[in-house]
Design a protein around this ligand. Structure first.
Ligand code: UN1
Length: 476
């Protein structure tokens, strides 16, 4: 039996409890048994991380570069194999799985480079003969809580900057995807990083999450997950005066204007709404279409959605894999019923597929209005809606009329509208003629309103969260 142990202080441990890692494409396929840590194990990991951070925090840029570059090189070299494990345990298609692993490798390459250019500043003091310097220092032990939908890329985009800037890490990955987290931990463990600087402590979030968040030796917490859990993480962190960063849900609009290239718009909406089974916080779940192109768009998109091939994630013909688990599938199907009950018209899909895994046909609703629950609440599945708008101004207003603000898109051939949308969209990320999901690894990621809290992740902006600034005054 394959096991996915935790890594605490440089030692692998299965602890006392374990849970099966189940393939969502075929629930009879048990990938392995994953350690499920106790509160005591979480406490131990934090203590060892705290002890190890002192040394790593004073390591040289060269040492950090070497470790991060070694990790990156191995991830990239094994992207097919790790991508297959990811597809098997998470259910995204093989090309998506391999692409995600490659992204994780690129992120480590990027932060290997950043370790050589950790920024600082020097200014003359306002007092004569005094100079001031400002340097970026590690924060300490960082707790990372990551979701199941990007099992390797999200742990990578939190762990790589954490290590780059001299912090120690305790990673709690989602219970549904322990294999990818274990594979990443294994690569990090063999990279030359001193023992205890990176720890993997998987387990039940309700049991070990609060231990991490309340522990006085955890200085900061970076979380990606649901709005509800994110709110409680933020409250506990602020109560304990910890630094906190949250990435949560979305109800991302994609505006399609009369002057859009129809093929570009259908392609962007199909990808944004349904790829990765719609299980992306950046998914385009509200397609806001102006009246002149509405009928053509609905006809073309319905045809494309009905033609999507749903199946086993690792089958090369599959375009849409399974939903992650039984609970999420029940939630997705419940939203299909909620939408029907509110008067949304089902153009296609929305049905459970009987089989070995958690499958449903991708659902497209048309003739919906923005006040319906299906347009207010995040589903996190292969369900999207179309909303008709009179013109650009009304489409923009509908796009911004949401509690969320992660990503927003527009399909248009007009420079005027594209420029205006970039300026007036209230989202943190804006896409023109591109899907709302699928972002670059070297630029900031994050949103506004109920989607995000704290400073941005990724790219050079990650320095804000993973460092603290020290200002020193010197009189020669
Ligand atoms: C992407 O769209 O490329 O959980 C990334 C999520 C996001 C990541 C999306 N944090 O879906």
């Amino acid at each position: 039996m394959t096991t996915f142990p935790n890594l605490i202080g440089g030692e692998w441990t299965m602890g006392t409890n374990s849970v099966p890692n189940v393939n969502p494409s075929d629930i009879n396929d048990i990938i392995g048994e994953a350690a499920s840590a106790t509160a005591d194990e979480m406490n131990t990991a934090i203590e060892v991380a705290h002890a190890a951070q002192a040394g790593w925090g004073t390591s040289t840029p060269q040492q950090r570069f070497d470790v991060l570059d070694t990790i990156a090189t191995e991830i990239l070299a094994r992207k097919e194999e790790l991508g297959e494990l990811l597809a098997r345990e998470e259910g995204k298609t093989l090309p998506e799985g391999i692409g995600e692993v490659a992204r994780a490798g690129q992120i480590f390459k990027f932060f290997a480079g950043e370790a050589l250019r950790i920024p600082g500043e020097r200014l003359d003091s306002v007092r004569p003969g005094v100079e001031v310097d400002m340097r970026r220092e590690a924060v300490g032990v960082i707790g990372l809580i990551t979701p199941w939908n990007f099992p390797i890329a999200i742990p990578a985009w939190k762990a790589a900057p954490a290590l780059c800037y001299g912090n120690a890490v305790v990673l709690k990955a989602a219970e549904a995807v322990p294999g990818s987290a274990w594979a990443l931990a294994d690569i990090i463990h063999r990279s030359g990083l001193p023992a205890g600087v990176f720890n993997l402590v998987n387990g039940r979030g309700s049991e070990i999450g609060p231990v991490m968040i309340d522990h006085p030796k955890v200085a900061a917490v970076s979380f990606t997950g649901s709005v509800q859990t994110g709110r409680s993480v933020a409250q506990a962190c602020t109560k304990n005066l910890k630094k906190v960063q949250l990435e949560m849900g979305g109800k991302n609009p994609m505006v399609v204007l009369d002057d859009a290239d129809l093929d570009v718009a259908v392609g962007a909406c199909l990808n944004g709404a349904f790829f990765s089974t719609g299980q992306r916080c950046t998914a385009s779940s509200r397609l806001i279409v102006t009246q002149g192109i509405y009928d053509d768009f609905v006809a073309a998109l319905s045809k494309a959605v009905s033609g999507l091939k749903v199946g086993d994630a690792r089958d090369s013909a599959t375009q849409i894999g399974p939903v992650i688990d039984e609970r999420q599938l029940a939630k997705d199907l419940e939203y299909v019923e909620i939408a029907k009950a509110e008067g949304a018209k089902l153009a296609c899909g929305g049905e459970k597929i009987d089989g070995k895994g958690h499958f449903m046909t991708p659902a497209l609703f048309v003739d919906t209005t923005n006040d319906m629950r299906i347009n207010r609440e995040e589903v996190f599945g292969p369900v999207a809606t179309v909303i008709k708008a009179k013109d650009y101004d009304e489409a923009l207003a509908i796009a911004n009329d949401t509690e969320f603000g992660l990503s927003a898109g527009i399909c248009t051939t007009s420079l005027k509208y594209a420029t205006d949308f970039k300026a007036r969209s209230k989202a943190g990320m804006v896409m023109v003629n591109l899907p709302t999901a699928g972002v670059d690894y070297h630029v900031p990621f994050g949103g506004t309103k109920g989607s995000s809290y704290g400073s941005r992740e990724q790219g050079r902006y990650a320095v804000e969260f993973y460092t603290t600034v020290k200002t020193s005054y010197t009189q020669a």
